[in-house]
Design a protein around this ligand. Structure first.
Ligand code: PLP
Length: 295
């Protein structure tokens, strides 16, 4: 752990904790923080490209919605958050990567019920640099995925830090040499990926993704890709699909802040289409790129 902290904290890496910009290695929260003790916290992830935060307003909208769903107040005024995120990007000289933002219910004597009015929320932001060449390779070459039973709770529309089922599913994927696990509900329908939304292109060329409900996270990238597809006049259907339908699909792909329209070239060891990224997915990558800079 100590070794990891030393090697992953090149001098100059800065985090934000409750109003202060601190060297990453010295940024910390209290051990009684409810985020740590109960997963009583909400998070957001924004992609940074060329130093610009993508889809910032969509992420802030979802943050407000998730916080309201668990009765957690905004830790600072909404208008202050873009300023903090940009300052973090600036201080880290971040060109390409991700900004993570987390709000917890704060530190208090460990007891399950919310300590209403007794704690200040904890606000944490960290910056993570990415490798644009690696991201481009993923978009161009696609990824393989596996399927797993969806073992999460019933409010997957709230972006909480209670991510253990995703940790287990994505570990299984990694061990199988895959990049993601598609989670499957009790009726055999794909809900979404461990940290991505799932899409297929059916035999008619219709773009299909699961409709919003409590079963999936309302992906910000999903919304941008849907709007871009509709604007381009593509046939789109928000409906559930099974693993068998995905295996028979012309194309499949994933969306998330860390990658818009990442081609899925294989599921559970079986190729999708001819096992290579397909034209509609590649077109959606371009449509997303054209839209996502608009904030
Ligand atoms: N679904 C889940 C379960 C996720 O964790 C994420 C992102 O972290 C997504 C979907 C994609 O959401 P977004 O496009 O807002 O990154």
């Amino acid at each position: 752990m100590k070794k990891w902290i030393q090697t992953h904290n090149p001098s100059g890496r800065i985090a934000y904790v409750n109003g202060r910009y601190l060297p990453h290695a010295h940024a910390a929260v209290h051990i009684e923080d409810r985020g740590l003790q109960f997963g009583d916290s909400i998070y957001e992830v924004c992609r940074v490209e060329g130093g610009i935060l993508l889809d910032e307003q969509g992420h802030l909208d979802r943050l407000e919605r998730s916080l309201a769903a668990i009765e957690l107040p905004m830790p600072v005024a909404r208008a202050a958050l873009p300023r903090i995120m940009r300052e973090l990007v600036r201080r880290n000289r971040l060109r390409d990567g991700l900004v993570y933002l987390q709000v917890t219910r704060g530190a208090f004597r460990r007891d399950h019920p919310m300590p209403v009015g007794a704690t200040e929320p904890t606000l944490i932001l960290t910056a993570h640099s990415g490798d644009p060449a690696m991201a481009a390779t993923r978009l161009a070459q696609g990824v393989k995925i596996i399927t797993r039973p969806d073992e999460r709770w019933a409010r997957r529309d709230i972006k909480t830090t209670q991510l253990l089922p995703a940790v287990l599913a994505k570990t299984a994927a990694k061990r199988a040499g895959a990049a993601e696990a598609w989670l499957v509900d009790d009726d055999g329908f794909v809900t979404e990926g461990g940290s991505t939304n799932g899409w297929i292109v059916d035999a008619d060329g219709t773009l299909v993704t699961r409709p919003l409900s409590r079963d999936i996270l309302p992906g910000v990238t999903r919304a941008v890709v849907l709007a871009a597809a509709r604007e381009a006049g593509l046939a789109v259907a928000e409906r559930k699909f099974t693993v068998a339908q995905a295996l028979a699909a012309r194309e499949a792909f994933l969306t998330s802040a860390s990658g818009a329209a990442v081609p899925v070239v294989g599921i559970d060891g079986q190729p999708i289409g001819d096992g290579r990224p397909r034209p509609l997915t590649l077109r959606l990558q371009a449509l997303y790129a054209a839209r996502s800079g608009q904030r």
